[in-house]
Design a protein around this ligand. Structure first.
Ligand code: DAH
Length: 339
């Protein structure tokens, strides 16, 4: 019996050394150690042994079982490692394959420019206010010294919801709304969309953007206006930029002016962007008209203020050298992808 056990051990060990998959190991385990396995049947036959033989053979049989079990364990670990290695090699990630491209939108250059402008004014202590695009005639015109028959109305023809409600033609009505609701000191900007019933062409769009500014406090002078706007121009276009103020007329400021800055492309030499003049018109501005302060319940004997309004689209067009305002509103990705 002892020899038989030896033979079983040798056969099992040699079989185990040849296997190459975990399935085969399972077969061997069944063949030798399973309920009907070779070793098991020998152990079953031990009843026929003598008293003396039994412990001796039992010991050998146990040793053989332990050896076979140990070999199986060893082989299993080895094969599992091999199989894992093979799987890893097969699963290698090919980084040369093109990935799945996600389609990302782009920010419109108006938005980019407005963000830059807002950052500069916020750094100078301005707050940001909002007003409605569908506006009362009173705020858009009347309270700003533009009564029903004023010639300024024809320059700013707009879309009428009814006799008293319009799509705002400018961001200036936000000045009135803020002054009605807040006590000075006031220091705010208000960017947003405005509307005029102009046919779209290279330089006109029925929708465009403005950015209003308003400062009201005791003792505000034209020097504050100039200092603030010159500082803005330097932060926006660089320290070398020069500004100039030309007298102008707006019904809601007195005195009024327009501010030009030296062309940031040619630094004032004259080029295609500034049409040879060396200057680019940036905004309208002036000291808030006493009548407008009065309309908003602010005493012009105590307070004074200045206001300004940028044409944002013009800033964008000159900044990026665009020759057609319609590009900004067509949402054409071939255009927007360039920013
Ligand atoms: N709202 C004016 C326009 O659309 C621009 C403007 C001029 C705004 C002078 C102002 C200002 O606040 O003081 O033409």
């Amino acid at each position: 019996m002892k020899e038989k056990l030896e033979l079983i051990k040798e056969a099992a060990v040699s079989e185990i050394s040849k296997i190459s998959s975990s399935n085969e190991i399972e077969n061997i385990r069944v063949k030798y150690l399973g309920k009907k396995g070779e070793l098991t049947s020998i152990l079953r036959g031990m009843g026929a042994l003598t008293q003396e033989e039994r412990p001796v053979i039992g010991k050998v049989a146990n040793e053989v079982r332990e050896i076979i079990e140990g070999k199986i364990e060893e082989a299993l670990t080895h094969i599992k490692n091999q199989e894992k290695q093979a799987k890893l090699e097969k699963e290698v990630i090919d980084i040369s394959l093109p990935g799945n491209k996600r389609f990302l939108g782009k920010r419109n250059p108006i938005d980019l420019t407005l963000e830059h402008m807002k950052e500069i004014f916020i750094s100078m202590g301005f707050s940001i206010e909002e007003g409605p695009e569908v506006e009362l005639d009173y705020y858009n015109f009347e309270a700003l010294n533009i009564p029903k028959n004023h010639p300024a109305r024809s320059e700013q023809d707009t879309f009428y919801i009814n006799d008293n409600i319009v799509l705002r033609t400018q961001t200036s009505p936000v000045q009135v709304r803020v002054m009605e609701n807040e006590k000075p000191p006031i220091k705010m900007i208000s960017p947003g969309r405005v509307y005029r019933s102009d046919a779209a062409d290279a330089t006109h769009s029925p929708i465009f953007y403005q950015m209003e500014g308003l400062v009201v406090d005791k003792g505000i002078t034209f020097a504050d206006l100039k200092g603030t706007l010159e500082m803005f121009a330097k932060k926006m276009f660089g320290d070398k930029v020069k500004t100039k103020f030309r007298p102008h007329h707006f019904p809601f400021t007195e005195p009024s002016a327009e501010m030009d800055a030296t062309c940031f492309v040619c630094q004032g030499e004259g080029c295609r962007v500034c049409k040879g003049s060396g200057w680019i018109e940036l905004l309208g501005c002036g000291m808030v008209h006493p009548e407008v302060l009065r309309n908003c319940g602010i005493d012009p004997e105590i307070y004074s203020g200045f206001a300004f309004g940028f044409g944002v689209d013009r800033m964008v067009m000159t900044k990026y050298g665009l020759d057609d305002i319609r590009l900004l509103y067509e949402s054409d990705m071939r255009f927007l992808n360039q920013f």
